[in-house]
Ligand binder design. Sequence first.
Ligand SMILES: [Cu+2]
Length: 307
Amino acid sequence: MKKGFGVALLLILVVVGTVGFHVFSPWWWTELASNWGYIDDTIILTFWVTGVVFVAVVGFMAYCVLRFPYQEGRRSEYNPENKKLEWWLIGLTSFGVVLMLTPGLFVWNDFVSVPKGAAEIEVMGQQWQWSYRLPGKDGVLGTTDVRQVNDTNPFGINPKDPKGQDDVLIAGDDLHLPLDKPVKVLLRSLDVLHDFYVPQFRAKMDMVPGAVTYFWFTPTRTGTFDVLCFELCGVGHYAMRSKVVVEKEDKFQAWLKKQQTFAQSLREAENQSGGESKVASALGPENAAGGGSGSRDHGAPTVRVNP
Ligand SMILES: [Cu+2]
């Protein structure tokens, strides 16, 4: 048997095995549920470019192992400069890099150009839960301020802003979205970096405390999809889950009507704290002054952290 044959065969098997696994793999992306097929296209293009290079490089290595095995007394040529070869390498590498990056620039341009008329919704991330805010009847989200964040106002909506009163708040429950309507997703974080990610939508974006980031997409298929946090954010990161339900407009509207608004949640909190302070004063002044869960400081940024 020719010297180096075994090694060359092994290298070829690595190529065949890798490409074969990619083509016949039982694991592939979840089925697309948004307008972002472009993102899949650019990833597939990257697979093609890197795949061709991988096959060429490992194939060349196998060839060299076969063609130039060790021979007593033979030495390799020292060739520090080879203009022709270098031009070839520069040309091919540049071509590959341009091929991989150029489509991404066009997709990114789309990604940051939110279509006119897109509905705005807000996603709030915190260790380790998601909450959502949808504009109420006026179609506009109220302004917010982190200094307003507290137990009764987890989003920090400015209580004086009339646009915020009808905002629909969803905490610890699924987010619903209407089918085929573009949405601009505004992202906020209360503590550390998080990343709102629904694999079927492809699009995702980091959430940065103190900033509002965004992305947009159009849900193109009804269904219930998992929300994951895509930025390692602490020991509970793996459990930072939620669901998005995409449904037809009429079903969505019916769901929306049942949700609590900011004004309603404030009233409810007031009624509760009113009830509690009555109980407290009935128990005696010491208990009332002790300030249990009934006393709430509206100005303090007390962020509730769930285990
Ligand atoms: Cu997170």
